[in-house]
Design a protein around this ligand. Structure first.
Ligand code: NZQ
Ligand code: ZN
Length: 393
């Protein structure tokens, strides 16, 4: 077991009608001039944005708005947001939407309070020393960005998608009303469930420092999301299932399911980020498309964990052979992805990658992780390429 830091400063309001507390929370955290940041328009269509601006008007809090954060959010909008905040003396950010709006807001927050080009953070050239305070009204249970320390941005020039993590960007508050996720297309709900599970799976498949209490929390979370994802395929308006998934999304990426281990593997995410950067695929779908190939490539180097996962999470019976049991667990995950209509390879994802594309993604991925990364198995560029090739389908 390793020493660990567990830091979750985010105040969470969970349940029906909690978005009505938005203005109150902004005041509580000292916001006087707010930038409301959102995505491509779902919050306009649902009426949520109007509801939030009405609340701020009533509370006498002034604000400016900036929409347009696309999935795999762009650096150019971040620059625009930084300029707007400086011009308008914004002192608080409110993201209303999914992970993309939240991550874009985090990047804007870094850009306003740190000298120089904000991309230098994502390019690992320097570290942040602060971020504007941020609150979240969440509309999509997926990334966990509403409590996480990370933000993922795509630089259009060169299609480079990179994450930057620091405690400064952890939201001050997160409003989680499961009803706000009911307008989601089924595909996005499934992408979200995949991402949520993957944040815990990345922490679970490690070769160091595992704790029983962490494993129990992780396995319980994974079983819960799996079961409720299946319910939502048939019954997307099921409040309780939405609620289970939404809270799991926050817990899965706030550090809880990694306490005591070596930090996790994270290579499925790193491999997916290149896919997202190059082909602009939905993050959760990209993860599903790559995971099976990653798992088959690494499982022998992390056999006890794959076996435990197969039995405790996927409900596989112990065959007496660790390798066989582990493989059955991997197959069960892929069967689950098919049930929730997620892809299990690049072809099903709709990506027709050439050999040159695969090489370019492996090169960028290796560069992005500083050469090699992975706890289940340490992966170098040639391993990454082998996994991309195996995922073609
Ligand atoms: O843009 P709008 O119009 O709002 O539509 C969005 C978008 O098209 C739509 N949507 C969101 N809530 C909705 C809704 N549509 C109807 N009803 C609602 N209630 O869903 C689409 C996807 O939204 P997006 O915010 O892009 O999805 P997600 O939350 O999955 O975020 C994905 C981004 O987060 C990054 C991903 O790489 C990707 O760039 N990640 C961020 C992490 C973090 N900050 O901790 C961790 C993750 O591993 C991930 O990398
Ligand atoms: Zn993710």
């Amino acid at each position: 077991m390793f020493n660990f830091k567990y830091y979750t400063p985010t105040k969470v309001l969970f349940g029906k009608g909690t978005e009505l507390k938005t203005a109150e929370l902004i005041k509580e955290f000292g916001g006087k001039k707010v930038l409301i940041h959102y995505g491509g328009g779902s919050v306009v269509r649902s009426g949520l944005l109007k509801k939030v601006t009405d609340l701020l008007d009533e509370a006498g809090i002034s604000y400016v708005t900036l929409g347009g954060a696309v999935p795999n959010p762009h650096l150019s909008l971040v620059y625009e947001g930084i300029e707007l905040c400086k011009k308008e003396n914004v002192d608080f950010l409110l993201a209303v939407g999914g992970g993309s709006a939240i991550d874009s807001a985090k990047a804007i927050g870094y850009g306003v309070t740190n000298e120089g080009d904000v991309w230098d953070l994502y390019d690992y050239k320097k570290k942040a020393e602060s971020c504007l305070p941020l609150g979240v009204v969440l509309t999509l249970a997926a990334t966990g960005s509403e409590m996480s320390d990370s933000s993922v941005i795509t630089k259009e020039d060169g299609l480079v998608k990179r994450g930057y993590s620091s405690d400064y960007c952890r939201p001050r508050f997160a409003i989680l009303n499961p009803e706000l996720t009911m307008t989601l297309p089924n595909y996005q709900t499934a992408c979200g469930c995949t991402d949520i599970m993957m944040h815990t799976m990345e922490r679970y498949f490690t070769n160091g420092g595992n704790m029983e209490i962490t494993d129990s929390l992780a396995e319980g979370l994974l079983r819960t999301v799996k079961e409720n994802a299946l319910i939502l395929v048939k019954d997307p308006k099921n409040y309780d299932a939405r609620a289970e998934v939404m809270w799991a999304g926050s817990l899965s990426h706030n550090g809880l399911t990694g306490c005591g281990n070596d930090g996790g593997d994270w290579m499925t995410h790193k491999l997916e980020h290149e896919l997202g950067g190059l082909y602009d695929v939905a993050h959760g779908a990209g993860l599903a498309a790559i995971w099976g190939s990653w798992a088959r490539y690494v499982y022998k180097d992390c056999l006890p964990r794959f076996k435990k996962f197969a039995i405790n999470v996927m409900g596989v019976a112990d065959t007496g052979s660790d390798e066989e049991t582990a493989l059955k667990g991997i197959e069960a995950v892929e069967a689950f992805y098919r049930e929730i209509k997620m892809p299990t390879n690049l072809k099903e994802l709709g990506v027709n990658a050439t050999e040159d594309d695969l090489k370019e993604m492996a090169r960028k991925c290796a560069l992005g992780v500083g050469g090699a990364m992975g706890s289940a198995k340490l992966l170098h560029e040639e391993d990454m390429l082998a996994i991309y090739r195996a995922s073609l389908g």
